[in-house]
Design a protein around this ligand. Structure first.
Ligand SMILES: Nc1ncnc2c1ncn2[C@@H]1O[C@H](COP(=O)(O)OP(=O)(O)O)[C@@H](O)[C@H]1O
Ligand SMILES: Nc1ncnc2c1ncn2[C@H]1C[C@H](O)[C@@H](COP(=O)(O)OP(=O)(O)O)O1
Ligand SMILES: [Mg+2]
Length: 208
């Protein structure tokens, strides 16, 4: 299903089939928990493709497009951008890389259960969810520090508080949703970066 014979008679898999069959890892955790930090290390060790929804959105903002301006206003308030926007961006980015990718780290998505459901309808199922867990006060401290140099308009005290509240309300239920499927690995991100990565690597090595 979903395959078609090309003119030469070879079986051709559509882009949709290829991304559906890719190895997909969701990386979920609060703002400042260390998702991006760990993803970089996974890329270095395993060669997976790192797709951060936040980075994709910030690239759109940086392009100066009309859509980028709308997105910027939402992100500055610490709110979630519309589901379709972020899912389309992720899907396009996956299609662009699927032929050369060993697997995908989807960082910062899903941010709510509905995003997970739509991802599975339009793309495919994850084989692992890395739950990067840190205390609220740790996340705030890290983000305030990151804000000194990040240039991110959402790394300020007021927006950080809103992002954290939204994380607890909307994103934590994502973890319960996937726990029942047995694919969640909880990673203690209070530890030093390399120790955190030791646990991340163990979770990835446990994949078939
Ligand atoms: N295990 C850790 N210990 C101390 N600081 C960390 C750790 N992981 C990340 N950080 C720092 O916390 C900040 C947020 O990390 P980042 O990876 O950008 O988080 P996220 O992508 O989840 O928002 C960064 O400045 C990073 O250097
Ligand atoms: N999956 C998603 N759905 C809706 N909005 C998203 C999103 N991912 C990112 N955004 C928007 C809202 C976030 O507050 C902002 C920054 O996201 P991020 O870079 O993933 O933050 P962080 O890495 O600090 O957790 O971008
Ligand atoms: Mg990040």
């Amino acid at each position: 299903m979903g395959c078609s014979a090309s003119c030469s008679g070879r079986i051709v898999h559509s882009d949709d089939d290829k991304i559906k069959d890719a190895k997909i890892i969701f990386v979920v955790g609060g703002p400042g928990s260390g998702k991006g930090t760990q993803c970089e290390k996974v890329v270095a060790k395993y060669g997976y493709t790192h797709l951060s929804s936040g980075d994709l959105l910030r690239a759109e903002v940086a392009s100066g497009s009309e859509r980028g301006k709308t997105l910027q206003a939402i992100m500055q308030k610490g709110e979630l951008v519309p589901l379709d926007t972020v899912l389309d961006m992720i899907k396009d980015a996956m299609i662009a890389k699927v032929d050369v990718s060993k697997g995908f780290l989807i960082d910062g998505y899903p941010r709510e259960v509905k995003q997970g459901e739509e991802f599975e309808k339009k793309i495919g199922a994850p084989c692992l969810l890395l739950y990067i867990d840190a205390k609220g006060e740790t996340m705030v401290k890290r983000l305030m520090k990151r804000g000194e140099t990040s240039g991110r308009s959402d790394d300020n005290e007021e927006t950080i508080k809103k992002r954290l509240d939204l994380y607890y309300k909307a994103t934590e239920p994502v973890i319960a949703f996937y726990s029942s499927r047995g694919i969640v690995r909880k990673i203690d991100s209070e530890l030093p970066v390399d120790e955190v990565f030791g646990h991340v690597a163990k979770a990835i090595d446990g994949l078939k």
